[in-house]
Design a protein around this ligand. Structure first.
Ligand SMILES: O=C(O)CCC(=O)C(=O)O
Ligand SMILES: [Fe+2]
Length: 340
């Protein structure tokens, strides 16, 4: 299968997109918020979480809890990860997509747990409707994997993963406290010492008919928490109160969202919000989400403090993170088969 990048470049640029890329989502009629009278995605000042006064810290913990409950999304500023590192990470991922198709296909993936997975469309296979996106995903924890090319990719990815982990760990502490649990709860209960960390880089080339295609359809992320950066081109939208809201964050901030495992752990209190990526006609967009998840064999279920059989019964059946991912994979396989 050709990459979207290659397709977008065919004969110096396509005038229209192949019909397999026409996307008619069942919720296309949902309005997009005009942003005027809407409240916008909450911003969290990370420096107050780590070095604020006790009052500032408890205020921020409250804000995090509210953001997780109302939005499942928030923007994190003053996080301490150098801008230069974020920039070079985006540039290097951009260089990866410039490798030859043969070089990239070496990493073609099949399974959600493949340590390195290059693909185009959602799973690299022939789904009926295709998405205007190429991606590379690699697990950087508990074992570090990364494509060897381009030069420097491994070193930069390693540094980036370490630095973002420090931010994610503090946010997990804040989230634990916001749920009324001790600050190390999520880290300990989810065995984050051997937890999964998955780096993904998405490339959305300019699309000749952006109104017909979609980069990534509405979905939720499967981990506990995702931290995302992008190259300054808009495209990410989050579903909030039945509307799609643009996430127009400053490229130096992290866009953070709650994933399915955190929704399960919080017994449904915190939302793993649907989000999607649109494409545009002029600019290539790159986004780099890094996803933090439990250790694969950890059973994810809410702690007794968050469950009450009368007023707040368990909302999900407990299962290991591995079982959850295998379930997702089975869904992807079923979709692919039924469309063959
Ligand atoms: O490109 C984006 O902004 C969103 C990417 C995303 O949601 C994902 O890769 O899971
Ligand atoms: Fe996502």
């Amino acid at each position: 299968m050709r990459s979207i990048k290659q397709l977008a470049q065919t004969n110096g640029g396509l005038a229209s997109i192949p019909t397999a890329y026409n996307f008619t989502p069942n919720n296309i009629h949902q309005p997009v918020s005009d942003g005027l009278f809407e409240d916008s995605i909450p911003t969290i000042d990370f420096s107050l979480l780590t070095s604020g006064t006790p009052e500032q810290r408890s205020k921020i913990v409250n804000e995090i809890g509210k953001a997780c409950q109302d939005w499942g999304f928030f923007v994190v500023i003053n996080h301490g990860v150098p801008e230069s590192l974020m920039k070079v990470m985006i540039e290097t991922c951009g260089e990866f997509f410039k490798l030859t198709e043969e070089e990239k296909q070496e990493h073609a993936g099949k399974h959600i747990l493949d340590p390195i997975f290059y693909g185009t469309s959602i799973n690299g296979a022939a789904t009926q409707v295709l998405f205007w996106r190429d991606f590379i995903k690699f697990f950087v924890h508990p074992k570090f994997h990364c494509p060897a090319k381009p030069i420097g990719f491994r070193e930069i990815s390693m540094e980036y993963s370490k630095r973002t982990w420090e931010v994610a760990r503090e946010l997990m502490k804040g989230i634990s406290m916001s749920l009324g649990l001790e600050e190390g709860y999520v880290e300990k209960a989810m065995n984050l010492d051997s937890g999964l960390q998955l780096v993904a880089a998405n490339l959305y080339p300019p699309c000749p008919q952006p109104e017909l295609a979609i980069g990534l359809p509405p979905h939720s992320d499967h981990g506990l928490l995702t931290l995302l950066i992008h190259n300054g081109i808009c495209g990410l939208q989050v579903q909030h109160k039945e509307k799609w809201v643009n996430v127009d964050s400053n490229p130096n901030a992290f866009v953070v969202n709650i994933g399915d495992q955190m929704e399960i752990l919080s017994n449904g209190k915190y939302k793993s919000a649907f989000h999607r990526a649109l494409v545009n006609g002029t600019d290539a967009r790159i986004s780099i989400p890094i996803l933090y998840g439990p250790a694969l064999e950890t059973v994810v279920s809410p702690p007794p403090e968050l469950v009450d059989n009368e007023t707040n019964p368990p909302a999900f059946a407990g299962m290991t993170y591995r079982e959850y991912l295998e379930m997702l994979q089975a869904k992807i396989n079923a979709k692919t088969l039924s469309h063959k």
